[in-house]
Every structure is written in structure tokens, then in C-alpha cells.
Write a protein that binds this ligand. Sequence first.
Ligand code: GMT
Length: 381
Amino acid sequence: MKIGIVCYPTYGGSGVVATELGLALAKEGHKIHFITYSQPSRFDFFNENLFYHEVSMSSYPLFQYPPYELALASKMVDVVLFEKLDLLHVHYAIPHASAAYMARQILQTKRYHIPIITTLHGTDITLVGKDPSYEPVVTFSINESDGITAVSENLKQDTYDHFDIKKDIRVIPNFIDFSRFSKQKKDHFKKAICPEDEKLLVHTSNFRKVKRVEDVVKVFYNVRKKMPAKLLLVGDGPERIRIENLCRELGTCEDIRFLGKLDAVEEVLSVSDLFIMPSEKESFGLAALEAMACEVPVLSSNTGGLPELNVHGYSGYLSNVGDVDQMTEYALQILQDDKLPTFKKNALDRAKQFELSNILPEYENFYNEIIDLTKSTVVSS
Ligand code: GMT
């Protein structure tokens, strides 16, 4: 197949899923055309089936807000026609689904019929999309997509609850590539961070409010009163300063390291004992899956799609959002020397359910279904 992939090429989860999916499809022999405003971060090697088309924006003094959606739709039209694409797969509804709708309408005037699949990732539905300033466009463009996928059952239900969606939504969860995410031997690294063999807790995120990083620090503060421990915070974002101040207030700075935006996050995960994801909302929790693949048990909130990933009492524990005392109790249970190896093994077992080779065919089958369905609709109309 010749597939156009549209996504945010940044560090966010939706961009990571879109890029990893494109790379895996290219390895399967499909021709993959990324249409984005900059090169996706993990797309840094040559593959004969991978192509990158940059959305270029011309500036004009009249535009206080440059119309990215129009430039993106125009680029989609150009690439679809020139490369003769079979399908456009857009990740994150805003503004990609409405730009794709516009591109499809333009292409129809040129007698070119291109099916569109929209994948809903989370905040496009749970936070941004339902804001009245976007809702009518989001509802319309989801309904106009030929195929819709969501990354968890919970996100599917949220979409039906918050928007008037008339179509079926297929659930295809996030996936993990074990060739990158698996436990590596990094004893020297562990020794440098935990010289006294302290337990190592870790959190990775984009430090937005929705991630509740303050709960990570509070849980760590409580755990450290009971056992020697260190905390690594990976990533960066708007909450970083507030979290640093909290560490100072609690007097925990000595035992907490802020590592910033690390590329090789799997190296840090490889030496960690517990991953904490206390999010307010989380449609799937890709970062937790990456941790589990590296044999790190997960202490998470029970919001959104997290219960579909983290199995309570098996791969980790789930708590109500903000229940720091309960989270602390669970963290201490997992970190017991006689229990930790079993939790680590279970985390890996659970991650295997989401192995790339299990999930990739789900996307390929869905692509074929939607292409066939669109062909039959075009023929009969
Ligand atoms: O909020 C983020 O972490 C980024 C966001 C995105 O859309 O880029 O991630 C969402 O998509 C990921 C990939 O499908 C999911 O694993 C995350 O759970 C989801 N984030 C939220 O729902 C908050």
C-alpha cells in the first residue's frame, strides 16, 4: 500500500505512535509518506520505502495566526496526487482530521478518491477537542473520516460520550517495539545513581498539569522515609519549575535528578525498579508500556485506559487519581525485595501482549477494510 501519515512530529505520544507505525509498515514493504511540518524525531535513518514531505508555510504580515491547516491540506492534495496514495492516516484529530477532510473534498473535484483514517490519541478528545472552540469541527471531521480508531476502549467510550459520533470506532492499542525497549545491562549507570543499592523510582512525561508530577514527588517523599530510594524525572514541560520548587520545599533535591528530554529513555528504564504514572487523564499510557517492556512495574492512577494496560496486583497497582497515601502503600509493597522480581517479570509479560508484531496486522487489516469499503461506495454512487 501507499500510505500518507500525518502527525505531530514532536516528542508527544501520538507522534511517537505514528512514526513507529510508519517505520514498521515501511519495513513490511509499504510505501510510507510522512506529511508533517518537520522531520519526525525517530525518523533518522534511510529506508527505501520511507518518504518525508515538509508542510511549508508562507508568511504574510496580515496573518496573526498563520493558517497551518490550509497549508497541510494543500500538501496532502499535492502528495496524494503525485504519489498516487491509497490511504491517508491522520493521528490526533486536531487539526489533522479536518485538514484531511478538506483535502479529500478537493481531490474529489479531481476525480481522485482517497480514504481517510483518523486515530484518536487522547487529549484531542478528553481535553482540547471537547472545548467549545473546537467541538463542532472535531465532531464533524471525525464523522467524515472513513475509518476511526482509538487507542483504548475507554477513549472510544469517552468519544461517544462527549461527541455526537455516528460511526463505529475500532480500538487498536498502542504497541511496543522490543528491539528498542527491553532491559539492557547498565550496571555502571545504576551504581552511579544508586551507590548504596537504593531503590530507583522513575517518571517520564512532558510535565503538563494532566500528568500530576507533584504526586510522583510526594509518593517518593513518603517512600524515602521508609527505605533508601532515588527518583529520576525524565522529560520537560510547563510544570518543571513548580516541581523543582516542591522538591526544595520537601528537602528531597539530593535524591531526585531531573534528566530533561532524554532520547535513550530505555537505558534509564533498564535500571529502574518502579515507574509512576499518576495522571489525571491518560487514554492509554505509552510511557508506562515502555517501562513495562524494560521490566519495570507500574504504579498508576486508574483513570482512562490505564486499567486496560496495567493489571492491578500483577504488573503493578492502580489507585484513584490524587490518592498519594494509597499510592505510597502500593509502592512500598512492590518494592519489597521478596516481591519485586515477580512484579518485574509480570510487567514484562503484560507488555508482551502489546508487542508490535501483534498490533501491526490490526492496522494493516483495518487499512484494507477501509480501502475496500471506500472502493465499493465510490463504485455504487
Ligand atoms: O499527553 C501526552 O502524553 C501526549 C499525547 C499525544 O497525543 O501526543 O499522548 C496521548 O497519546 C498517547 C499515544 O496514543 C497515549 O499513550 C497517551 O496516553 C495519550 N495521553 C493522554 O491521554 C494524556
